[in-house]
Design a binder for this molecule. Sequence first.
Ligand code: 13P
Ligand code: SF4
Length: 376
Amino acid sequence: MSSATLNRIDVEYEQPDEAASGAVCSTKHAWARVPPEPSQAERAALKDRIRRLLKEKNAVMVSHYYVHPDLQDLAEETGGLVSDSLEMARFGRDHVAQTLVVSGVRFMGETAKILSPEKTVLMPDLDATCSLDLGCPIDEFSAFCDQHPDRTVVVYANTSAAVKARADWLVTSSCALDIVSALKAAGQKILWAPDRHLGAYIQRETGADMVFWNGACIVHDEFKALELELLKKQHPQAKVLVHPESPADVVALADAVGSTSAILKAAREMDATEFIVATDNGMMHKLRTLNPGKTFYEAPTAGNSATCKSCAHCPWMAMNGLADVARVLETGANAVHVNPALIPRARQPIDRMLAFTAALKNGQSTGALVPHLGAA
Ligand code: 13P
Ligand code: SF4
């Protein structure tokens, strides 16, 4: 039996039954496989091999905050990046390396490939997916868009290339508020997909006119407000940091709400030494190493005597391991392919997001970057 067939687990996620209303979901099943944890000696040998191969192959590592700490540290140590999904996309596009090794989930590798079709994009495991991507199939999503031709289509980065090719704008959780605010100011009504919690949060904050696809992240959907309140009582000084893919009653308990990078910033800058964190527990590595004097608690994912489904760690992010990074660098296996016919159209909403966020960062006006896109 190969290591690829070991540790295979069943993962439940939701998919809207009726794209028309987006209101009814059925439970579907997907799977994930988690690579075995290498021994200390194996880890050291694998890291040496990867360092050598990155140089030989003119390659750079781009890792998300939710993947194994080894893949985060090695990316940084070798001149690559560990970041949120927005900065992963920008870094991959702008870096001179001809090969990108993207540790994360499939949409991250696809976004890198769409932005740099001439580069080789490798992933440790091409089957690492996302419940938001799985729960938003292109045919149903297209039918939903067809019912709302007057709305600007805004999709989250956690989607397939085909869904991106149907969108006017791409957003990640670090720029969704700014982009939807600008669209609202330009008088646009919005069709939002696929994360219902993030969409509802953006609507509450901006007051924009939005209709929603009914997807959810299996990790963040599990955080429980009642148990979070109990944990707050045990740690009354702790500030609560919440990713907006979490349910509204959990977001309501937050002292800071934001993307993975916003959570890191809040932990660094807030005047507190204890924090309760409602996001994937892969974040704990960076939170703890960057804030050695502070204490971080994981927000609860299960109620009394209940079991949790994801236990605050994404089963697909967990598919990324050192051995597969070394293997794909050595062999060129697991290259990401995106249908070339989709690339020019899928690139438009990504380019808009990157131009908008770059302008925002540089203090430039974003007005001209928000055209009327009724029929993009
Ligand atoms: P960030 O964009 O906040 O990094 O989150 C993306 C995500 O959900 C990764 O699974
Ligand atoms: Fe998708 Fe959630 Fe996993 Fe992120 S943590 S990849 S949103 S399932």
